[in-house]
Design a protein. Structure first.
Length: 435
């Protein structure tokens, strides 16, 4: 749920079915950050410097002493009072500044917090996050409070930024959440893009198996069923399975505490959908050495593990590229995006090009090179200026690039090429930001 490269590289979620079967075959995803700079210059007057968690009020202590509220100003920039993120709202709490470094010590408690940053220069900055003695560092665009990372409930540690000039960190607290289902800090949102929640369940700590009712009525003969699993606080190496009618349809390794259950993983785009009906979907905790595809694996007992499962249905295909239905809306980088244009080519039909008007957009590359050793490259030129490209390893894939920001009237040219001759087919889609 963050904007940084490390998490995106490790936890990229495809927005499309790679096949109409139950599993993705040979899906390889890799993202290269497109530097995003969005200057929001604001007047830095005295009135702008007096705020308290977005309220603009000072605090009166016993005895009539007045404590000045935290300032949101940093140079000629002003951190926003609130930041929206996929239906969640975070309100400003405090800011830390430094000449080349800024640091905050955080204990998030029962709710997540959002951290955003800014730097006086135009270069990259280094993000440092320390949790449970593990120090993680990565680089990010300097930004002007446009990029952020959300730290889940239960986080305790240090968050710092380092730059060549003055830097600032702003901390925001969660004030409201979207509608949804779940408990124990796991939320399955009622709507994700064009997918609607059918049902969502969270088990009590220590439950090694939960069951979710998944009945629904497909509309017009087309729908797609998706699952959003959550597996938290389990022992190291623990895994999970989602089982429907004695078959494993989704599996993976349990991760740490998550801020949001997230975008569901696609299961099928078939027509009549005899997939769930009135039956149940079972989610089971299993050991680290268990066979993920064996539905008869014994459940793992873990008194602290928390399992959650949401079932979603999508009934609105919008476009088709290489036989894959593209959703009208997707979620990416903390925002909602609407399909703007798409194209595909015949087998071996590279280079593939597209030219579109650009404001805030994200590119999507899908296809199958027929050779996993090939490298596919998406070149991007905005108003004739070369941008950082998107590289994808060969084989079958669906990869979403980073947001590209242009001024009104900008033109973006996308050109898809590959190393060597491609036997398979390729497609391009572009989504525009709508929130």
């Amino acid at each position: 749920m963050s904007t940084h490269d490390l998490r995106e590289a490790l936890e990229t979620h495809a927005q499309f079915d790679d096949t109409a079967a139950l599993a993705r075959l040979g899906s390889v995803k890799h993202r290269v950050r497109v530097v995003r700079r969005r200057r929001r210059a604001t007047l830095a007057g005295a009135a702008a410097a007096v705020v308290l968690a977005g309220s603009g009020l000072a605090v009166l202590l016993p005895g009539g002493l007045e404590v000045a509220p935290a300032s949101r100003t940093f140079g000629d920039l002003t951190a926003p009072k609130t930041i929206g993120h996929l239906g969640y709202t975070f309100a400003f709490d405090r800011m830390e500044e430094g000449s080349q470094s800024a640091e905050v010590q955080l204990r998030t408690g029962d709710v997540p917090v959002l951290v955003t940053w800014a730097e006086a220069g135009d270069g990259q900055i280094e993000i440092e996050r320390t949790l449970a003695g593990e120090d993680v560092r990565y680089t990010a665009p300097a930004g002007d409070f446009a990029n952020n990372e959300i730290l889940p409930a239960g986080f305790q540690g240090k968050f710092a930024v380092h730059g060549e000039g003055a830097v600032a960190l702003a901390v925001y607290e969660l004030t409201s959440s979207p509608d949804g289902a779940g408990s124990s800090g796991i939320l399955f949102r009622s709507t994700i893009g064009t997918s609607d929640l059918v049902n969502g369940t969270t088990g009590a700590p220590g439950m090694s198996e939960i069951s979710v009712q998944g009945a629904f009525q497909p509309a017009k003969g087309w729908a797609r069923v998706s699952f959003s699993p959550a597996c938290e606080s389990a022992v190291a190496g623990a895994q999970f399975q989602v089982i429907v009618r004695d078959a494993v349809v989704l599996s993976g390794e349990c991760r740490g505490r998550e801020f949001d259950a997230g975008v569901p993983s696609n299961y099928s785009a078939a027509g009549a959908l005899p997939l769930i009906g009135e039956g149940d979907a079972v989610m089971r905790l299993i050991g680290k050495d268990a066979d993920l595809q064996d539905a008869t694996q014994p459940a793992l007992k873990d008194p602290k593990a928390i399992l959650g499962l949401g079932i979603y249905v999508t009934r609105e295909p919008s476009d088709e590229v290489l036989g894959q239905q593209l959703e009208r809306l997707i979620e990416h980088d903390g925002h909602t995006w609407r399909l703007l244009a798409s194209t595909d080519g015949p087998a071996g039909g590279l280079p593939l090009e597209m030219e579109i008007p650009s404001d805030d957009v994200v590119p999507v590359v899908i296809g199958n090179t027929g050779d996993i050793d090939q490298v596919v490259k998406l070149d991007l030129r905005l108003n004739g200026r070369q941008l950082n490209g998107v590289y994808v390893s060969g084989g079958q894939f669906s990869t979403t690039g980073d947001p590209i920001t242009g001024e009104s009237g900008s033109q973006l040219v996308l050109r898809l090429t590959a190393s060597g001759r491609v036997q398979g087919t390729m497609g391009l889609a572009v989504y525009e930001r709508v929130d």
